[in-house]
Design a protein around this ligand. Structure first.
Ligand SMILES: [Zn+2]
Length: 83
């Protein structure tokens, strides 16, 4: 868990913090080169009450720094999608 995640979860009401974590786990970032996906939450980020499909420059574990497309999954992120 990153510092900003810890900070938010510690100052927000528990129910709001849990909702924020749950939604952040649904937001995925996908590498434009190899297609590897990680959730925003796993990357140490927060994305809550957001919309759209922005592009971010992130470090891919395989390719290094690269553009990633951000999108929201429709199912809960209980398992890792290897595709
Ligand atoms: Zn990649």
């Amino acid at each position: 868990m990153s510092g900003i995640q810890w900070l938010l979860l510690s100052i927000l009401p528990r129910s709001l913090g849990e909702a924020m974590e749950k939604e952040s786990r649904l937001w995925m970032q996908r590498c434009s080169q190899c297609g590897a996906e990680t959730s925003i939450w796993e990357d140490g980020g927060i994305r809550y009450r957001a919309a759209g499909r922005p592009r971010r420059l992130r470090r891919c574990p395989t390719c290094g720094p690269n553009w990633h497309e951000v999108y929201k999954r429709t199912a809960p992120a209980n398992d890792r999608n290897s595709a």
